[in-house]
Design a protein around this ligand. Sequence first.
Ligand SMILES: O=C(O)c1ccccc1NCC(=O)[C@H](O)[C@H](O)COP(=O)(O)O
Length: 241
Amino acid sequence: MPKLELLPAVDVRDGQAVRLVHGESGSETSYGSPLEAALAWQRAGAEWLHLVDLDAAFGTGDNRALIAEVAGAMDIKVELSGGIRDDASLAAALATGCRRVNLGTAALETPEWVAKVIAEHGDQIAVGLDVRGTTLRGRGWTRDGGDLYETLARLDSEGCARYVVTDIAKDGTLQGPNLELLKNVCAATDKPVVASGGVSSLDDLRAIASLVPDGVEGAIVGKALYAKAFTLEEALQAVSG
Ligand SMILES: O=C(O)c1ccccc1NCC(=O)[C@H](O)[C@H](O)COP(=O)(O)O
């Protein structure tokens, strides 16, 4: 089996590590200190951390200082997401030393700016394609933002290096990933895809890993780790290739 990258998630709301259901504000379960969670994933052998500022994504403030503290404490690669929509928020995100950022809303609302930063920053920029069905959602997944495949074609033509694909209906539910969606996105682009949302078991991770030849590069895992469905060590072993 080809190796799948694993990105344990730390989603931050109001200073706490949380998981949401379907990404809905108000559905939080709290898991304590984001720094402790991130350090725990690093100690367990993670090569990547997926770090999300949910307040910045929802427009309910931000956790910028805390996000910078967590990213700065990591020896591993960090992917940063949530509310990165203009030069100031992008500069703050990149200044944390993160390896890459995920743009979401900006790719839907300010495509010219996104084309510009893709040209400037190359593979430090990924785009999060967060969908319900095949309709993209922005502003913390609260607003419709166009067709998945039309947007993907546009971003491909602009040289976007990578996509993080989330089925919102699965996110935070432990109901398994949407493998069909991942296959369809991989068929529509030559660029690597990171799967996000719904992982519940080691078998789910093995199923995602079976799509590495199609173009899936990694998988984000949140709720399953916090709910102790398996350990990160077990997950890394399961997808080690
Ligand atoms: O990433 C965002 O910008 C975001 C915005 C609004 C709501 C949720 C958002 N991200 C959630 C995640 O990235 C989760 O950590 C990830 O999908 C893990 O999901 P799961 O394994 O199902 O807990």
